[in-house]
Ligand binder design. Sequence first.
Ligand SMILES: Nc1ncnc2c1ncn2[C@@H]1O[C@H](COP(=O)(O)OP(=O)(O)OP(=O)(O)O)[C@@H](O)[C@H]1O
Ligand SMILES: [Mg+2]
Length: 350
Amino acid sequence: MSLSESMVLDALGTVNDPELNQDLVSLGMVERAVVDGSQVHIKVNLTTPACPMKAEIERDVKTAVGALPGVDTIHLEFGSNVRGAEQPSIPGVKNVVAVGSGKGGVGKSTVAANIAASLALEGASVGLLDADIYGPSQAKMFSVEGKRLMADDEKNIIPLRNHGVKIISVANLVEDGQALTWRGPILHGTLTQMLQQTVWGELDYLIVDLPPGTGDVQLSLTQLANVTGAVLVTTPQEMSMVVVRRAHTMLRKTHVPVLGLIENMAWYALPGGERDYIFGEGVGSTWAEQERIPVLGQIPISRSVRESGDAGTPIVISDPDTEQAQALRSAARTLAGQISIQSLNTLPVL
Ligand SMILES: Nc1ncnc2c1ncn2[C@@H]1O[C@H](COP(=O)(O)OP(=O)(O)OP(=O)(O)O)[C@@H](O)[C@H]1O
Ligand SMILES: [Mg+2]
């Protein structure tokens, strides 16, 4: 029997996406399976360019197709097709991902900035919305401070852009140094404008950096957008965990899925290589495991994370080889995988 395309497709039908637990053909991930003599050309579209399972899928495809009689060479190409809501609540935006925690100062904004930059580095189209109306920090972290936002002919806001990410922050809407004293309705209106009257274009992921607390902004966001899920950020400190548990309860009440937990400032690396668990050890991850929440990553506390944030270039770009940058990039990939799982649960299979 000579090698045929249907044989290749049958072989691909035995390869599962390890996270999604379905085979590549049923998931509509095989764009091309062409046989040319003993050569096979395959293109697989992953559900995210940041796929944490890519190496495993590559190995399994090569094993399954390589076992077919008459196969000499496999040319395997990867693309991506991020899934999103069929009728997105924000036009063109496939996934809205909130980064929050409840507690102030645990590194939500730092994590949000690095996740956004990491996903962009993987090739995804990414937006970042700084929803911390009273204490915006992303304009500084992305070096777009002082730049004024412009509007297009239809009076929609054109987001700023840096490090491969489209970004909008309230800091760019008001005069520098001006204190904001907006109450509920104005706050809601501003958030509406930033979410829905911004020219985002096509986005795979819109990361929303939330202010601390479980207040108006969090509620407004869930009313204004169909949030794919939330990332909880915490330090391993019991005091921080109390607030995370509260945030978790709020998410449950507002039906926002929890995509995972990131334990920030998890340890300090001492010069000899030992770890000093300044804020406690693994308290967040232990809780997450009990709650069946995926632990996306543990990020050490380090001077370079703080300095890169202050300097306006997230550490995943400024110092990509450091342990802390690698931990953040890995967390972003794991998050992208969780978003794919979440989307698959809520979307009809292609
Ligand atoms: N892993 C880390 N190592 C060192 N410094 C960090 C780390 N994560 C965050 N920081 C620093 O801690 C401070 C608080 O971080 P950040 O502003 O991201 O927290 P936040 O939770 O967003 O705060 P807020 O509640 O005010 O919005 C910043 O100075 C930041 O640079
Ligand atoms: Mg913040």
